[in-house]
Design a protein around this ligand. Sequence first.
Ligand SMILES: O=C(O)CCC(=O)C(=O)O
Length: 309
Amino acid sequence: MAGGLDLPVVDLASQDLRAAAASVRQACVEHGFFYVTNHGVDGALIEAVFAESKGFFDLPMEEKMKLQRRNHRGYTPPYAEKLDASSEFVGDLKESFYIGPIGDSDLQNDLNQWPSEECFPSWKETMKSYIATVLDTGKRILSLIALGLDLDAEFFHKIGALDCPSTFLRLLHYPGEVNESDSGNYGASAHSDYGAITLLVTDGTPGLQICREKDRDPQLWEDVHHIDGAFIVNIGDLLERWTNCVFRSTLHRVVAVGKERYSVAFFLDPNYDTVVQCIESCCSEADPPRFPPIRSGEYINGRINSTYK
Ligand SMILES: O=C(O)CCC(=O)C(=O)O
């Protein structure tokens, strides 16, 4: 059974950066999850993203499959991804759509797949504008994280991790009713995120749960409540490695609640080439680095490849 949970709320508009950073640090140490308010992303833009997302997922399956995931961009149908490799089910119930990093809009080498402009005239622009805005919010959160680790606020910029960050937007749609054979299956099975931070916004439908002690037996899963207008932010595995497990990359999942659900996750991960190695303030002689240095892209690709069939 899931119990309620009061996650910390961080006000991004706070003038007191030190206090905000301390509260981010505490949230990352204790929960690996927190809410962010006054994040600067316009509510109307968020609504537009949800409307475009629904428009796409409403298409017949054969239309959606024309944009089937390639280069980790595009459409993934239900059951094609299993976030928890040990799940007894074929795959998760959700369907999703990935949009990868966007440089110059006219780049010839944009690997993204986009629904046709004829059917979805404002889709691409809406997504691009959301990604640009939420990226800015994510960078501000990373500055607070750096401050919370007693580092220069610009630490992640200065080491080049944000020169050309690996950003992925994932539109998600969870079914309402599920077949009997899927009884007990998850919308998204238990997993931790792979990279630095994730900024999540949902349509308010419950289902998201976290497990703070991954090794506890039995595991305790707690509901993450919706706060209107707030982002849910969580720490990924690379930040856990960077901080030598001072910060938690918390297990989470989405349970089926018998109601359709939409959400939008933005994964802000370092440059492909960034070497992720233990931050000095997070290790000592008594607590030496637990992980060897690793290139961000190498780590994330390994994790992605083990998630898809
Ligand atoms: O839809 C949600 O609430 C969570 C999505 C998620 O965990 C993910 O995409 O990694």
